[in-house]
Ligand binder design. Structure first.
Ligand code: ADP
Ligand code: MG
Length: 699
């Protein structure tokens, strides 16, 4: 047996269990060893029932005497009570609220292990445990098996489908007994200096900690063994990122010239004075563009901080040097917005800007592709359609990718293949917490716009319930009377736009016919034809439409400075980042802006989201909170995110280990102890980690 052995060869793993494990991504011995316990219990304190003392944590091996959902007064709580006894003839009562499901588990006579805090119920005169952990014991458990689950510090695994923690524990134990010690791949110098245990010890002690291990450390994932495994996972990830980054730096790129003529053109394009932050960031970008290697830069900044104008400046530099620019957006609406924005800005310089999206007919697309391939279009703006194989650029020099987190790392590479190593500028309006940025974009240099354009007032955010509709309408009315405009937005739920679209249509009818008969109310949703969308947006921009009722298609990128009110219906259904994005559609001019969050019934996390949003306008705080509430997987939505799938480590919990591992990895890659050792590391990463981390060009 070795790490690559398939789990189907392990005793106790039949086809049914193998399938369940496989579905969780566990197919080899190595996979299962990386499936570490999420919790540990100290079951060394095994007591007879009549020895139990209130206040202590104890383990009891006992038999079920009787079990029932208790008395009618409490039935609505579904309080499940079972009494247990053992050879000492003492009686222990276990209680579980909402425990109806346990009726099938605790049949009289069943042998179980219970672990929990002992309490004395003076009212009933009983020794009790409230919600004890339990494990069903079987009669054929031999002594060895029993010793695995009791009388020691016991690992608790998250069940895999129907495979219980107990079965997993036995499986892991069996593997550790027959597996020869695994090799340590971590550079020895690092391991010794940081006093990390070797890999084999770390694996064994993470699954079965020695008796003297501190329980608090264990349950905080900070035992030496756990630390070593977490560190290792981050170390290889960061080595991969560092290698990729250093490789990118050696690729030949375009050296754009920054002559006075080019500077003049940039100035001529600018409709206003850039902020200090915008100037600094442009400086960083210009340096990259000048350098003879491809730029790989992330431009980060809160919604409305003015990233687009900086991107347009970069575009001017590229075009003046005789190159083309591609602008990639995640949605058609955003592509259209960029198209209008860039066209308007670049018209002063007589550049040709074209838009290519999926909804064009193939004839239209064909014509546009010709313009792009012939070099007649200076700027091509579009969605994924721009990445299609048959879109060829005559001379692509700069690729601007907006809202990066919706594109995967892979897609960024597809774009790179369209030019001879064009410069890449990634813009993101979702501020990414630092830890995640290091991991996700570790191969990118980062520029941050940390200053808002002058004259902006913080948006006032209010939360109300649906019965406040009348007051909100009259508020809208006063704003419109003052010459302002407003959005009313409905959430898109679960990919399907239909219900949101219907809600938006209904509200559009209600508002336009009953509430605001004399006022132009527009309607926007994803099912409209693209010319309809365009003309609606255009009319809203010109101020002909006063209120725009919309689904979340407007989430990103819409820029109408005169709009001062954002009403978000069913706000409890939106994610935090999405709400912040939507709110960012207002507050883009000098007038005071408002965001009104209307909710119906809210869960606790929804309440937390709404509270966060009412309390702060700071996108970074909001992103941190969002990450906490949702976890890193969901934060970026899809697999497309390019977020590495970590197994042992957790980006949120293990921030400081990530940072340590990153420092060590950078150091190792830039000053390897020997060429030989670096080669070994590269080979190891390529074999073991590359696919999981999407590190396409390592080594
Ligand atoms: P982002 O893309 O970062 O969300 P935008 O580039 O769309 O922000 O800019 C938001 C709004 O602010 C736009 O209306 C833009 O024209 C305006 N703006 C950007 N920079 C400045 C500036 N330096 N001075 C005044 N207005 C600006
Ligand atoms: Mg923008």
């Amino acid at each position: 047996m070795d790490l690559a052995t398939s789990l189907t060869y392990i005793k106790g793993v039949g086809p049914a269990r193998a399938a369940m494990l496989e579905a969780k991504g566990l197919s080899t011995v190595e996979d299962l060893l990386a499936y570490v316990p999420f919790r540990y219990e100290d079951r060394s304190n095994v007591k007879a029932v009549n020895e139990l003392a209130p206040g202590e944590m104890a383990t009891v091996i006992a038999e079920v005497r009787s079990a029932s959902l208790s008395g009618f007064k409490r039935r609505n709580l579904g309080l499940f009570e079972a009494s247990f006894t053992d050879r000492s003839r003492g009686i222990l009562v276990g209680k579980w609220f909402h425990g109806g499901y346990l009726a099938n588990v605790f049949a009289p006579g069943q042998k179980v292990a219970l672990y929990g805090k002992v309490e004395f119920d003076s009212y009933a005169g009983q020794i009790t445990m409230l919600h004890p952990e339990y494990e069903i014991l079987t009669d054929d458990d031999d002594a060895v098996e029993a010793a695995l689950h009791l009388g020691r510090v016991v690992p608790v695994y998250e069940a895999v489908a129907k495979i219980s923690t107990r079965v997993l524990r036995a499986m892991v134990h069996r593997i550790l007994e027959s597996l020869p010690p695994v090799e340590d791949q971590l550079p020895e110098e690092v391991r010794l200096r940081l006093k990390l245990p070797d890999r084999w010890t770390a694996i064994k002690e993470t699954h079965f900690p020695p008796q003297e291990t501190d329980m608090r450390l264990l349950n905080a994932f900070r035992s030496q063994a756990q630390f070593r495994l977490i560190f290792e996972e981050f170390f290889w990830l960061e080595c991969g990122v560092a290698l990729k980054r250093s490789k990118a730096r050696t690729m030949p790129g375009i050296s754009f010239e920054l002559t006075d003529g080019v500077r003049e053109k940039v100035k001529a394009m600018l409709p206003f004075k850039p902020t200090g932050a915008q100037k600094r960031v442009l400086g960083e970008i210009a340096q990259d563009m000048k350098a003879p290697r491809p730029m790989n830069r992330l431009l980060q900044g809160d919604v409305g901080s003015g990233k687009t104008i900086v991107a347009a400046e970069a575009a001017v530099i590229a075009i003046e040097n005789g190159y083309q620019v591609a602008v990639l957006a995640p949605t058609e609406i955003l592509a259209a917005q960029h198209y209008f924005y860039f066209k308007q800005l670049l018209a002063r310089l007589d550049y040709v800007v074209v838009q290519l999206t999926g909804s064009f007919t193939s004839r239209e697309k064909g014509q546009l592709k010709k313009l792009i391939a012939g070099g007649l279009a200076h700027v091509a703006i579009g969605t994924h359609a721009l990445l299609e194989k048959d879109v060829e650029f005559a001379k692509l020099g700069l690729a601007i990718v907006d809202e990066q987190h919706r594109f995967g790392v892979m897609q960024r590479f597809e774009l790179l293949q369209k030019g001879v190593h064009p410069d890449v500028l990634v813009m993101t309006a979702t501020p990414i917490p630092r830890t995640l940025a290091l991991t996700l974009y570790g191969d990118l240099d980062v520029s941050v716009i940390d200053e808002m354009p002058p004259g902006r007032k913080p948006i006032v955010t209010k939360h109300v319930t649906a019965d406040y509709a009348e007051r909100i309408y009259s508020f809208l009315k006063t704003q419109i009377d003052e010459g302002r405009q407003a959005y009313v937005v409905y959430p898109v739920i679960e990919e399907s736009e239909t219900s949101a679209m219907k809600a938006a249509e209904k509200m559009h009818e209600h508002l336009s016919q009953e509430v605001f008969p004399g006022i132009a109310v527009g309607l926007m949703h994803g099912r409209l034809a693209s010319d309809e969308k365009e003309s609606t947006m255009e009319r809203f921009k010109k101020g002909e439409i006063k209120i725009l009722v919309s689904t979340t298609v407007i989430e990103v990128g819409v820029d109408v400075p005169n709009a001062t009110v954002m009403v978000i219906e069913q706000a409890e259904r939106f994610g935090l980042a999405q709400l912040h994005q939507l709110r960012g559609r207002v507050g883009r001019g000098a007038a005071q802006s408002y965001c009104i969050l209307i909710t119906e019934r809210m869960s606790d996390t929804a309440k937390e989201r709404i509270r966060t949003l009412v309390d702060t306008n700071d996108g970074f705080l909001i992103a941190e909170m969002d990450l906490k509430l949702r976890g890193p997987g969901e934060f970026f939505g899809t697999k497309q995110s390019g977020l590495p799938s970590l197994r042992v480590a957790n980006i949120l919990r293990d921030k400081e280990i990530l940072e340590a591992a990153r420092r060590e990895a950078l150091d190792f890659v830039s000053h390897p102890p020997s060429e030989e050792e670096l080669r070994r590391a590269v080979a190891y990463i390529r074999d073991h980690w590359q696919r999981r981390y999407g590190l396409v060009t390592v080594g």
